[in-house]
Design a protein around this ligand. Structure first.
Ligand SMILES: [Zn+2]
Length: 164
């Protein structure tokens, strides 16, 4: 007599396998069967020390053959199309990131009359002086060093050549 049961992994109602003698807990889906195997192995490793030792040896041998640090290298060597495609996709991703950054900079600056240039200050000689506020004015940000840049045309006259 065929009946139904609810899978312990996916919770779906499934038809019982008539060939199974024990109570069926998992359906035939791949992920459910893998879950069943994982639970079985976990329990076995916990309880059976000889099984644990055997599996430890198997895993160690597998790791010796399949070096983790070589995996990506071997994969790339065996899949040249992947390498070419991935390189092209990365180039595109980099381009998109650059586009997003420049878009962000363009769109998120509220002060539209701000000077946005690679070099807002032109090359030359400047004096850096501590900025003094006028009477009655106060700088709220007390930990900032606020300086005044003053272009100096007459500074060249003061400079002397360094022999060293
Ligand atoms: Zn299932």
């Amino acid at each position: 007599m065929a009946g139904y049961f609810y899978c312990q992994h996916c919770g779906m109602r499934s038809r019982k396998n008539p060939r199974l003698k024990t109570r069926q807990k998992y359906c035939g889906r791949r992920s459910c069967q893998q879950s069943r195997k994982n639970i079985w192995e976990r329990e076995r490793l916990k309880k059976d020390s000889s099984y644990r030792k055997k599996r430890h040896g198997q895993k160690a041998r597998w790791r010796d053959i399949h070096k983790a640090d070589q995996y990506q290298k071997v994969y790339r060597k065996n899949h040249p199309d992947y390498v070419t495609d991935n390189r092209e996709r990365q180039r595109l991703r980099n381009k998109n990131v650059q586009k997003a950054i420049s878009g962000f900079l363009r769109s998120n600056i509220v002060k539209t009359d701000t000077l946005i240039a690679e070099r807002p200050v032109s090359c030359g000689l400047y004096e850096i002086l501590p900025y003094k506020t006028g009477l009655g004015k106060k700088i709220v940000k007390t930990d900032a060093l606020i300086v005044e840049l003053r272009a100096c045309r007459g500074l060249q006259k003061v400079l002397v050549s360094d022999p060293g």
